[in-house]
Design a protein around this ligand. Sequence first.
Ligand SMILES: Nc1ncnc2[nH]cnc12
Ligand SMILES: [Zn+2]
Length: 346
Amino acid sequence: MTLVKPVSAERLPDLLKRMPKAELHMHIEGSLEPELMFALTARNGLSLPYADVAALKRAYVFGNLQAFLDVYHAGTLVLRTEQDFYDMAWAYLQRAAADRVLHTEIFFDTQTHTGHGVSADTVINGLHRACVDVQQQLGVSASLILCFLRHLSEEEASEALEQAMPHLDKLVGVGLASSELGHPPEKFTRVFAKARSLGLHLVAHAGEEGPPAYIWAALDALKVERIDHGVQAMKDPALVARLARDKVPLTVCPLSNLKLRVFPSLAQHNLGAMLQAGLVATVNSDDPAYFGGYINENFAQTFAALGLTAQNAFQLASNSFEASFIDASAKRAYQDQLAELFETFE
Ligand SMILES: Nc1ncnc2[nH]cnc12
Ligand SMILES: [Zn+2]
């Protein structure tokens, strides 16, 4: 383990902001800010069931994951054209760059949109164009992960994969999102095997609200390389040992867990315990427009609540590059930038 110099509590927030990092768990539809939602509503000649931005924001109080997903789904209805998807992704990518995100792996789904008449081509082409532009204009690398919706059937997931086939070169992997309880990973064994045979990386949400058994199944039935959330793993010592032994990354989203009441307060979040247990945890924003902040806000609030240190910060950022699907030489270059900041930071 690389040991880093201690940093005072006063200077730590600045270090967190300036720290190079990768974001590995962010749903692009969850980055749609109320202001852009209203702008797209007007541009597309649609209407929203909220009078204004303030009224919409008042609806952002959630009792659990499903309550959030219902509001989130309503927000996706304003996305109609390729330019809408481009504009949403571009807005997120600019925010990410401002937070010193050097690399991001963006979740999106097509099933939500094809379900109301927008083609998978429209979605993927708009998002991909923003990823190309951000690399050229801001030097941020961005790739796309197609999430299947687990409340729908495996057949529907297979159809979504089929529709994405002409765009395989624009995807780095597939994932599994939406309502977790009652929809165990095993349901998607065949479509994940197909995605793997196509050379795609595999990730899945597991252990956000669901039990440790869902994390075991994501690993053993789906053969995923990363677990999204995974905070419930800490209830199962044998699972913690497995995740630590195999260095399976966990993409943790503290503000999401707070807003969806997975933990009653950030001070009770188990991120510190995960690091202590030797897990390859990372910090991410999940749905930043809904949960009160982008990645740096997640770092700032979580570090303050849990009293985490510069050593923890280095570990989390280093884990984010290690856990990413970029090639080994890019990983080394990012790790070097990270090490340099920690060596020179006063
Ligand atoms: N936190 C979350 N869990 C599952 N599916 C999601 N889709 C968007 N955010 C999600
Ligand atoms: Zn998520």
